[in-house]
Design a protein around this ligand. Structure first.
Ligand code: PGA
Length: 248
């Protein structure tokens, strides 16, 4: 089980460091059997890395460029993230697909570059409300998985996050059955793409308005292996309550 926090574009020095320290203390407070990841904005990565020191929480970034270095003003390469102490990077989040016109093919290039740099990837997929209402959810998510993952992707390097776009930051969630249906379909597509063994091992997170009150239900579904948490990851008490309620 993985509990990952996506802080998005939130946090200045003081609150980011405090949040990381609070989470470190709370995670250490009892024996836990989950992997924890926090993904602050680029500006806080180094400081959060220091604040997490001694804890068992992994550091992740929220995006990277597909090139190792070079003339890409304003971008950050996966090698730089590795150098800063990151072990994960989120790629293909729907906010990047929408705000920066990222296609699955481009996400796939970033995934490859991240793996080459020694990072693990959290690859996001998910349908819009329009696509769900048109009955295209499984098609859209299947295509995103096929196109965003490189051939031969390994469960040790990749985590998938299913995040319906209409559930992100809205307080709305699919029903547990709807979540399980998509996760099971994703695993089926993965089995065809990377083989049954790797597909069985690959973690598929649910994301989109995860909070303490729905964590137990969502995270106990058979094909759900954790959560990617946005808004509720900005308060240590909520983030930890999600983990506690999920039995972590
Ligand atoms: P949310 O965001 O938990 O605020 O809905 C999830 C995400 O976008 O990763």
């Amino acid at each position: 089980m993985m509990i990952a926090g996506n802080w998005k574009m939130n946090g200045l020095t003081a609150d980011g460091v405090n949040l990381a320290k609070e989470i470190t203390v709370a995670v250490k407070a009892k024996k836990r059997n989950c992997e924890f990841v926090v993904c602050p904005p680029f500006t806080l990565l180094s400081l959060v890395k220091k604040a997490l020191r001694g804890g068992k929480i992994a550091l992740g970034a929220q995006d990277c460029h597909a090139a190792e270095k070079g003339a890409h003003t304003g971008d950050i390469s996966p090698v730089m993230l590795k150098d800063l102490g990151c072990s994960y990077v989120i790629l293909g989040h729907s906010e990047r697909r929408a705000d920066h016109h990222e296609t699955s093919a481009y996400v796939c290039q970033k995934v490859l570059a991240a793996h080459q740099a020694g990072l693990k990837t959290i690859v996001c997929i998910g349908e819009t409300l329009e696509q769900r209402e048109a009955g295209k959810t499984i098609d859209v998510c299947s295509r995103q998985v096929k196109e965003s993952l490189p051939d031969g992707a390994k469960a040790a390097d990749v985590v998938i996050a299913y995040e319906p776009v209409w559930a992100i930051g809205t307080g709305k969630t699919p029903t547990p059955q709807e979540v399980e249906d998509v996760h099971a379909a994703v695993r089926h597509v993965l089995a065809k793409k990377i083989g049954k063994v790797e597909a069985g091992k690959m973690r598929i997170l649910y994301g989109g308005s995860v909070k303490p009150s729905n964590a137990a239900e969502m995270l106990s579904l058979p094909d759900v292996d954790g959560a990617l948490i946005g808004g509720a990851s900005l308060k240590s008490a909520d983030f930890i309550a999600i983990a506690d309620n999920a039995g972590c």
